[in-house]
Write a new protein. Structure first.
Length: 257
């Protein structure tokens, strides 16, 4: 599931995700939650809401470290990730989850093009090291959340990892792309998975605030938008070789429920 935005996104995730998991017979769920707290970032409360909705692992991004109260949780909960190549004293960007029947390695990385939030090391080199770790750990499947702005950087890393990971999805732009597919080497791919929040907004923020900022330079404080919500995500159907056989994009609007 794509970037969950503020409390309204968390609430819609709780309302919608359990039904999706049941209807689609989902075995494992990764949700990006780096913008899930009210006012940006992620909090212990918003993380708890995402886990309660049915997430097995929460991934992060450039706003993950914004709130200091999340730092202890990043160290204490191995299923709460931050980008591995983002320099930090808290948390990590890799987890191996053993479901009993199989194991899933989840890797969280961040792009370097047009990104802020801290010191970011090379995501390609970081991916290589983490895939070595996943191999040593005996991971049956490997999922990568690449939190990045530039579509070209996302596609390049996706192609670089093609055939080496089960699924690769981009996050951060809050705009779902229309290129969900299985790459030539067998990796499920989408450039950006989209977001979960109010659709009639600019990336979840009240549209008037963003329009005025861009039009006249008005630097009013961001406020989360109100209105009907959208949930965006992808289902990656795997094969027995640890690769992907099919990708199904999901876009659910509140009026459809």
């Amino acid at each position: 599931m794509g970037d969950v935005f503020s409390s309204t996104g968390c609430e819609f995730l709780i309302k919608t995700l359990p039904r999706i998991k049941k209807e689609e017979q989902i075995d494992f769920t990764v949700v990006n939650g780096e913008n899930s707290a009210v006012g940006n970032g992620i909090s212990k409360e918003s993380a708890d809401m995402i886990f309660a909705a049915g997430a097995d692992v929460i991934t992060g991004g450039n706003h993950t470290l914004k709130r200091q109260d999340i730092y202890p949780a990043l160290d204490q909960n191995p299923f709460l990730l931050r980008p591995h190549n983002l320099k930090a004293d808290y948390g990590k960007g890799y987890i191996l989850t053993d479901t009993g029947k199989y194991s899933v390695a989840v890797i969280n990385l961040m792009g370097t093009s047009f990104m802020s939030g801290g010191e970011i090391s090379n995501p390609f080199l970081a991916a290589d090291k983490l895939l070595e770790t996943a191999k040593k750990d005996g991971a049956d499947f490997t999922v990568v959340d690449f939190h990045a702005e530039a579509t070209g950087e996302k596609k390049a890393l996706g192609l670089y990892l093609d055939g080496r990971v089960t699924a690769f999805f981009g996050t951060h732009t809050h705009i779902a792309t229309a290129d969900a597919c299985v790459l030539g080497g067998g990796t499920g791919y989408i450039t950006d998975i989209g977001f979960t929040g109010v659709e009639d907004s600019v990336l979840g923020v009240k549209k008037e605030i963003i329009i005025n900022r861009l039009k006249s330079g008005d630097m009013s404080k961001f406020e989360a938008a109100d209105g009907k919500r959208i949930l965006c995500g992808c289902i990656f159907e795997t094969d027995r070789n640890g690769l992907c056989r099919n990708v199904k994009q999901i876009i659910i609007r509140e009026e459809e429920n």
